[in-house]
Structure formats: structure tokens, C-alpha cells
Design a protein around this ligand. Structure first.
Ligand SMILES: C[S@@+](CC[C@H](N)C(=O)[O-])C[C@H]1O[C@@H](n2cnc3c(N)ncnc32)[C@H](O)[C@@H]1O
Length: 284
């Protein structure tokens, strides 16, 4: 991997420096996925204390409703601005969120969870396999024995991820969060890079039609079989897969990959047969 490619991971994703703009643009996402994540939290309740950690929790779009629904969810994110917005969102709704500012490639918060989630493509900010493996190592250290990791990434559709250099796909039109008199429009330029498997997208932000920012959002894409192989390499085993937020099965035309995995060494230990005593043990 050439050094330039590493540098465009989360280390240069300015979209997460402006949480208000991020939330405004992503309002379109709304809460279509919330019930999926709440179902996973409910299942986690059956495993020990049922604590959940959401990695890349951002502004608390999913985390705060999960807290309000009574689940014990902590959040971890690398962006101080996003976490500040999550804290505010929680306070406005009268709940307290335990939030950790950390990088998911290298964290140790000394806690174990029944469920660790990484929703809405946050894993796609890890552009190299080494980064993904470091992430999986951290996850395994924070999962309780019967714990589960649930990942959401896009199912890559190259036709959708690529575009002509001058094409701009509409993303959102919203009141300027910093100036109520102005209107922001956000469009997206898309480029698919086949070797690095990067969807190199750029948000073009215009205030009253004047271009005010160009923000790169570069997402590494994972093909379904590759995700399976990476999880195995990282010491995990896939336990379930879904192709939509209604728990439907994966399918060829699917847009999302939702994958649940467990630590393979815990799973193997669970399946070990009880040992029958050896001859000398029986005689003693
Ligand atoms: C697309 S947002 C998702 C936010 C939230 N989970 C949601 O669904 O609304 C991705 C989040 O991942 C965070 N992130 C990206 N790379 C990260 C890393 N290496 N460590 C921790 N957080 C990271 C970003 O700061 C951002 O808040």
C-alpha cells in the first residue's frame, strides 16, 4: 500500500470535523436501520450483563435511541467533534452516554462486552488489511466469551460507486446549520479505484450556489467473500449474515452486508468434548 493511500483513511476525513453538517446531510438515512440494531441489543441481553459497545458511534444517532430503549450501550469514536454532538444529543434526551475517544485500530478500555457493533460503514475507513486485523484484535480483547461482533458495510456495486469525473450525484439540500438565512446543497463526485478497492467520493458543499468546501470521503470496499476471509484471519468466525435491516438473507442485489461474528477460539473451546479420564487417572 503506498503511503498516500494510507493517509486518506480516517486520518483525513474532514466530514467528521463538522458534526452539524454531517448530521444534516445524513438525515436522509434517518432511522431505517435502528430496529435492526435494537434487535441485536435485545439478543445481547441474553448474554451475561448484555453490555454493548458501538464503535464509530458518531453523533449518537443509534446510540442515544438505544439508551432510551433501556439498553446499556457505550460508544467509541475517534472524532472529538462527533462525540461532543453525541454527548449533547444524550443530554437533550435526558440520558447519560459513556463515550470513549479512541481509535478503533488501537484501543484498550479495559471492559468486556456481550456485543460490539460497527454500523453504517465505519469499518470502511480502515483501508488496509493490517488496519482491519488490528481492529479485530482489539475487538477480541473486548468481547466476553460468548460475545458477538456485528459489522455493517456496503455490498459493493461498482456501477453505483463510480461516476464520470464531472458528474455530481445529489446528496442533500439543507438549511445551513451555521447560518439560518443560507441554504446548503451537497453533491457527490464518485470515483471507483479498482486496485485499492476504494470508493473515492468527494462531497461538494455549496452555500447559496457558491462552492465552499470539497470534502473527501474515501471508503474501502469489502467484497463478501473477502470479509469472510479477513474475519477468519483475524481469529473470528461468521455466525450469521443478513442482507437487509429486516433480518432478510444476503442476496445478489443487496446493498448492505450485515455480518455477525464470534471469537473463533471461544467457539472452538465451547465445542471441545469433555475429556474422558486417561488410564492412570482412572486407576489412581
Ligand atoms: C458513517 S459515521 C457512523 C456514525 C454512527 N455509527 C451512525 O450510524 O450514525 C462513521 C464514524 O466512524 C468514526 N470513525 C472512523 N474511523 C474511525 C477509527 N479509526 N476509530 C474510531 N472511530 C472511527 C467517524 O469519526 C464517524 O463518527
Amino acid at each position: 500500500m503506498n503511503p498516500d493511500e494510507r493517509a486518506i483513511g480516517v486520518d483525513r476525513c474532514p466530514v467528521y470535523d463538522d458534526a452539524t453538517l454531517y448530521d444534516g446531510v445524513n438525515e436522509i438515512r434517518s432511522l431505517v436501520d435502528l430496529t435492526f440494531w435494537l434487535r441485536r441489543c435485545r439478543e445481547a441481553r441474553g448474554r451475561g450483563a448484555g453490555r454493548v459497545l458501538e464503535i464509530g458511534c458518531g453523533t449518537g444517532r443509534l446510540l442515544v435511541p438505544a439508551l432510551l430503549a433501556g439498553y446499556q450501550v457505550d460508544g467509541l469514536d475517534r472524532s472529538a467533534a462527533m462525540l461532543e454532538a453525541a454527548r449533547e444529543r444524550a443530554a437533550e434526551r435526558g440520558v447519560i452516554a459513556r463515550l470513549f475517544e479512541a481509535d478503533c485500530r488501537d484501543f484498550d478500555i479495559g471492559l468486556r462486552y456481550a456485543l460490539i457493533t460497527i454500523p453504517y460503514n465505519a469499518l470502511q475507513h480502515l483501508h488496509s488489511n493490517d488496519e482491519v486485523l488490528s481492529f479485530l484484535g482489539c475487538v477480541r480483547r473486548h468481547l466476553q466469551d460468548d460475545g458477538r461482533l456485528v459489522i455493517e458495510v456496503m455490498q459493493p456495486d461498482i456501477a453505483l460507486l463510480d461516476g464520470a469525473p464531472d458528474d455530481e450525484a445529489p446528496v442533500a439540500v439543507l438549511p445551513d446549520p451555521h447560518d439560518s438565512m443560507a441554504v446548503l446543497s451537497v453533491t457527490e463526485r464518485r470515483q471507483w479505484c479498482g486496485f485499492s478497492q476504494l470508493a473515492r467520493h468527494t462531497w461538494l458543499v455549496r452555500r447559496d450556489r457558491v462552492l465552499v468546501a470539497e470534502l473527501p470521503v474515501h471508503l474501502r470496499c469489502f467484497f463478501p467473500q473477502e470479509l469472510d476471509a479477513l474475519l477468519r484471519l483475524g481469529g473470528m468466525r461468521i455466525t450469521r449474515r443478513w442482507g437487509d435491516f429486516d433480518d432478510g438473507p444476503p442476496c445478489e442485489e443487496g446493498r448492505v452486508q450485515l455480518v455477525e461474528a464470534a471469537d473463533a477460539s471461544h467457539e472452538a473451546r465451547k465445542q471441545e468434548k469433555p475429556r474422558t479420564p486417561g488410564y492412570f487417572e482412572r486407576c489412581s
